[in-house]
Design a protein around this ligand. Structure first.
Ligand code: ADP
Length: 326
């Protein structure tokens, strides 16, 4: 489809083209570069966008939807420039991170307002369908301000799907939810992806969306620093240099046994304060899985008991730093 073609409708859309596409897109605000040289294409299924706070995720989501104009580069939504073909906005549903402004409204009124704004043919029926789809009772009149975090997220998702959009953008939908609600909302997002929506969902917690994602994009400092499947990303992270602390009753013997394990580049015995039993070995490795596999056998050979095995640099910041600098 050429850039000047009319906007596609639900019936004449290209079956195989990307739902959204960015080509070398940057967005800056004054001297702040929020998004820098990003190219990507989104297809049906769940696309996870991960990155620490300030990485540029919200700006990227807004660029993908056409809500923010790129400073440089091209955005295509269903094959057209959304800023020149505003009718494609009908094919986008957005659940923003900001809490709903409709605190005094029930989910039903909130979703019905969205359905009317976007011009759905039968707003009543579409509202009931969207609420039931996310597991909310359309007859429950309690306002949003009296609802749990999980219910509020569901209401936001219902207003985003009420017009059955092709692209569904969810900005940090599980932020602040308790573990039970988190699982329920993630299951809902996974189902929406399986049903054929192209879902773009963000999180600042690495690994949070692993289970439900078909594809993962990792952003840091405005750039996409890794892209692929969750499995591929885990392998990439496993291969990064890591420092692992192994607590044991026989540190010297274990340290000697770990020299020569594939990927191990340094082994040191940690000083133990006087009066404390045992000690620890700190291992620098380029291949954490190989170390994990070798550890038990080497401990047995050294006659050592293991108390703990703990990565020393496994915090999120160091993971993102690694992805930026690799
Ligand atoms: P994230 O969603 O990953 O936390 P954002 O896209 O919100 O990241 O922000 C990326 C960077 O762009 C931050 O430094 C932020 O302060 C800046 N930024 C985002 N939106 C604006 C704006 N409207 N005006 C000025 N700076 C902005």
């Amino acid at each position: 489809m050429s850039p000047t073609s009319p906007a596609p409708t639900t019936d004449d859309r290209e079956p195989d083209g990307p739902v959204a596409e960015l080509v070398d897109v940057s967005r800056w605000y004054g001297t702040v570069v929020a998004v820098s040289g990003v190219s990507l294409s989104l297809r049906p299924g769940v696309n996870a966008l991960l990155g620490p706070n300030g990485a540029g995720k919200s700006t990227l989501l807004r660029l993908v939807c056409g809500l923010t104009r790129p400073s440089r580069g091209q955005v295509r939504l269903l094959g057209v420039d959304p800023r020149r073909h505003p009718e494609v906005y009908r094919q986008v549903g957005i659940a923003p991170q900001q809490e709903a402004l409709f605190e005094h409204e029930s989910p039903t009124r909130f979703v019905r307002t969205a359905a009317r704004l976007v011009g759905v043919a039968d707003p009543e029926q579409a509202t009931v369908a969207a609420l039931e789809r996310v597991g909310l009772d359309p007859a429950d009149p309690r306002p949003l301000r009296e609802r749990s975090g999980g219910e509020r997220q569901r209401a936001k998702i219902a207003q985003a799907i009420v017009h059955r959009p092709r692209l569904l953008v969810l900005d940090e939908p599980v932020e602040g939810l308790d573990p039970r609600q988190r699982i329920a909302v993630l299951d809902l997002v996974a189902d929406l992806g399986t049903e054929g929506h192209t879902v773009l969902v963000s999180s600042h917690v690495l690994g949070e969306l692993d289970r439900i994602s078909d594809r993962v994009l990792v952003m840091a400092q405005g750039r996409v620093v890794a892209a692929g499947t969750s499995h591929g990303l885990r392998e990439l992270l496993d291969d990064r240099p890591m420092k692992v602390r192994v607590g044991t009753d026989r540190p010297r013997e274990l340290a000697a046994g770990l020299v020569g394990v594939a990927g191990v580049v340094a082994v040191s015995v940690e000083d133990v304060p006087a009066g404390e039993r045992g000690g620890a070995v700190v291992v620098d490795t380029l291949a954490a899985p190989a170390l994990r596999r070798a550890l038990a056998a080497r401990a047995v050979s050294a006659g050592a008991v293991l108390h703990e095995v703990r990565p020393l640099d496994d915090d999120l910041d160091s993971v993102f730093r690694y992805l930026v600098t690799r």
